[in-house]
Design a protein around this ligand. Structure first.
Ligand code: DQA
Length: 151
């Protein structure tokens, strides 16, 4: 079974309440429930995590080698700032799909730098919560094209 971790970075636990005009009205729990349903149809073994801390995210990614075939990550603001998170993603051998709810290129200029995207096989921007479902499907397809990693 294809193993996928969906990992959310800082401030994403407050989705639905936080700037809904930018990020939409769906909570992370609602997004997770939708992904769980889809994972059954896709035949994916899904885990969903959220951490606010940069080091916590890095610890999780470090532990993913041998544990998952793909990581779907919304690094939140760390996407724009964290070389350390980029390095952790570069060291991860599986498929990486980065997702952002908003189109960061249409916002403040400081959001145009996307450091972590360098480590991503694909980046999805501006589709709101449905970006996660598309990212999960794309990550699963890429894993199956490449072959699952040794466990
Ligand atoms: C975000 C975009 C980031 O710039 C921002 O800091 C977030 C959310 C998004 O999903 O659109 O926390 O990653």
């Amino acid at each position: 079974m294809t193993r996928v971790l969906v990992l959310n970075g800082p401030n994403l636990a407050s989705l639905g309440r936080r700037e809904p005009e930018i990020y939409g009205g769906r909570s992370l729990a609602e997004i997770e429930a939708d992904l769980r349903e889809r994972s059954v149809a896709l035949g994916v073994d899904l885990r969903v995590e959220q951490r606010n801390g940069e080091g916590d995210l890095i610890d999780l990614i470090e532990a993913e080698t041998g544990r998952s075939d793909a990581v779907v990550i919304n690094p939140g603001a760390f996407s724009h700032t964290s070389v350390a998170l980029l390095d952790a993603l570069r060291a991860y051998p599986g498929v990486v799909v980065e997702v952002h709810l908003s189109n960061t290129f249409r916002r403040e200029t400081y959001r145009r730098v996307m450091l972590t995207a360098e480590a991503a096989d694909a980046v999805i921007l501006g589709l709101g919560a449905s970006g996660y479902a598309i990212a999960l499907e794309a990550a699963t397809r890429m894993v199956r094209e490449r072959g699952e990693l040794p466990r």
